[in-house]
Design a protein around this ligand. Sequence first.
Ligand code: SF4
Length: 563
Amino acid sequence: MENIERDTLEVDILFVGAGPASLAGALRLRQLINKHNEEHGGALGEITIAVIEKGREIGSHIISGAVMDIRPLEELLPEYKKLGAPLEAEVGEEDVSYLTKRFKIKSPIIPPPLNNHGKYVVSLNKLIRWLGPIVEAADVMLLPEFPGAELLFDGDKVIGVRTGDKGIGKDGQPKDNYSPGADIFAKVTVLGEGARGSLTKKLVQKLDLDEDRNPQVYAVGVKEIWEMPKGRVKPGSVMHTLGYPLPNDTFGGGFVYGMQNDLLDIGLVVGLDYSDPFTDPHRLFNQFKQHPAISKMLEGGRMLHYGAKTIPEGGLLSQPKYYGDGFLIVGDSASFLNSQRLKGIHMAMKTGMLAAETIFEALLAQRYDEAQLKLFAELVKESYVHKELYEVRNFHQAFRHGRRWGLIESGLQYLTKGFGLFGDLQTEAGYERMRKLHVFNRLPKHPGDVPQLEPEKHDNKLTFDKVSDVYRSGTEHDEDQPPHLKVLDFNICVNRCTQEYGNPCQYFCPAAVYEVEEADGGRKPKVNFSNCVHCKTCDIMDPYQIIDWVTPEGGGGPNYINL
Ligand code: SF4
């Protein structure tokens, strides 16, 4: 549908994605502008700041049950306690354990990188639902149900974002409620879309922002919130596990955090650079919960909520260039995450705030080009964000030969401030590490057979199938729209992938979106896009890189609560 008349909106500064980076950035920028205007008689004038968000409300797509370093929150809102910041509890009891299939072996000491003394257990979902109204009250336009569909360019300069159309039917034709997306123009566009942001991905490709960098590597976290019998949960208790059910060559581990109101936050993180194409993070999470130590802990409880998200693990060496003409990239979108400490919220907030300081200087100078916005990289370099990332720059790579060697090498890295044995280590993209079926002796026994994982059994008390879990994520999409999962060539799925990898999309998607059905005339892929919880695992892990995740109609997706 070419030549569509679109509404246009001009703002000064546009943030994309209402996560911790964008909200902290927008608020910080408003604070700086207000202070300047007070001190200089309103010299900067009216500056409009907008945040667009694809979710149906601010916070509905936000998931991270986390242990948070609250330094940026203290800096941004020193009165956070008075304002009722929903911090669950200061970290108290800590437990780091190694799991074998039957036993839990507790470490006698908490390894220093995992020591969370002085940090807080939080639900990022609750924190963002609390922060949103504060940001809005500070005169920032928050626009939920506005997915960023495309970046707008003038040459290589980013000049804004086109939001997604509404009311296109699954046949690609406009419906009665059709309303075309708007073009929002801005002096600076800040991308804070989270891990594997769809606009960020295209920008990085278009401008080669990852030239000479390590490819990004990711993990996926699959988690649930459980309500436990009264008095059983200690708010602020933190448990991290290594080992079972992950094989030695798969990066990751489990976590259990105690929250307020008898809630337990439990999940498993699985590195998206595993070799076995039948790796199924959701199935592994079920196995984790069945471990005797974990199932005992969950006895008498009730699962309330489910969700999944990807985490950028590549750190400093995988960061794209995160500034340029008319744009900045912040938070997870630019790989600001400490994978050793499994912490990114403080980096997201802090980089959002440093982006705000950069933009404030740009507003004073009335220049928004790369030379001006480069200040962002300088501010990052002077901050604790860079120091922290530098010291763990090789952490994920240390696990390239498996967990046992990884623990030794990462220990040496800790002692040498990140250098380890070999200095800066290169990586390959996670999907390139996936091996074909024959490597695992999984070739079909009879011609025409398709190797499959054994069906999983669930008791619906401790373990659940993917569809039941998706139901607990509140996910909804209008089914009468074009699928937002663009499989670029279905022939590859049925003719090559089935034989070579056994259609791993069936396994790595934690929301049962992909199925391959036997049909008249052969196998047929089926994409249940309305189940999608927007984790982006498929975009990252598809071995042929033929799945492109794009934003669905605004408001579609999960409705996360307490996650
Ligand atoms: Fe995640 Fe892709 Fe499955 Fe959606 S379809 S839930 S983005 S893996």
